[in-house]
Design a protein around this ligand. Structure first.
Ligand SMILES: Nc1ncnc2c1ncn2[C@@H]1O[C@H](COP(=O)(O)OP(=O)(O)OP(=O)(O)O)[C@@H](O)[C@H]1O
Length: 219
């Protein structure tokens, strides 16, 4: 039997107190493709990414790597890394030290920018610059799957475009899951798009039309 390479998540039940957040989820992150998840503020996207990564434990979950159940994905060697919404790095750390520690290498395409930033401390960068380099830290990690939670936040348009190009360039070597409210930019690079609503994921066949119909984007 040929098993296509992917991370999958389903059978997830997450509640905070009486409030059900996730209950009928199916999400597949194929290797070599960009998968997007969109949804309104507070619908549970970050929670879902943390569950897939393994740092948030819901009442029930099934996360599978090439069909094999894994309890704690972030502990599997070279499997998955996650960019959270909040700053990832310590302000006092120098950029190149953190990249070395993660085993991340930006390669030749970013050589000039890298020379300018590598000796700085993360705390010396602007909010957008820090977000950009933290995203690259994860994107260029030597792992199979990448989960990106709002990588475009704080980025100016030129950085957004550059990051989109880098994500597309990296996808031949990884499976990438992205969520961000800059939905046009997300749709530009996504091979598949899910919408999360009322705790349930919907795979969209016609994203712009369905996102409009579901009230996520204005008519
Ligand atoms: N530790 C917590 N305790 C209680 N409620 C929480 C906790 N963490 C998240 N929530 C609630 O769960 C819901 C889902 O949060 P989550 O951050 O996953 O949403 P999101 O879709 O990522 O939102 P956004 O697009 O605004 O980032 C929100 O209503 C949030 O208030």
């Amino acid at each position: 039997m040929i098993v296509s390479r992917c991370l999958e998540a389903d059978s997830i039940e997450l509640s905070y107190g009486e409030r059900k957040i996730l209950q009928s989820i199916y999400l597949k992150i194929p290797f070599g493709e960009v998968t997007a998840i969109l949804g309104r503020n507070g619908c549970g996207k970050s929670s879902l990414l943390q569950i897939i990564f393994g740092t948030l434990t819901p009442a029930f979950k099934s996360v599978r790597w090439d069909k094999i159940y894994i309890e704690c994905p972030y502990r599997e060697q070279s499997l998955v890394r996650y960019l959270p919404q909040h700053p990832l790095t310590s302000s006092s750390m120098r950029v190149h030290n953190v990249f070395d520690w993660y085993g991340s290498s930006v390669g030749d395409t970013m050589k000039e920018k890298w020379q300018g930033v590598k000796n700085k401390r993360f705390g010396e960068l602007s909010g957008g610059e820090r977000r950009f380099w933290e995203t690259l830290l994860i994107l260029f990690s030597p792992v199979q799957y990448i989960l990106l939670d709002e990588p475009f936040s704080h980025l100016s348009p030129v950085y957004v475009e550059q990051l989109k190009d880098l994500i597309i360039a990296q996808k031949s070597q990884k499976g990438i899951l992205i969520t961000d409210h800059l939905y046009r930019d997300v749709l530009d690079i996504a091979d598949h798009t899910y919408f999360l609503q009322n705790g349930t994921t919907y795979l969209l066949a016609d994203p712009v039309q369905e996102l409009t119909d579901r009230g996520y984007i204005p008519e």
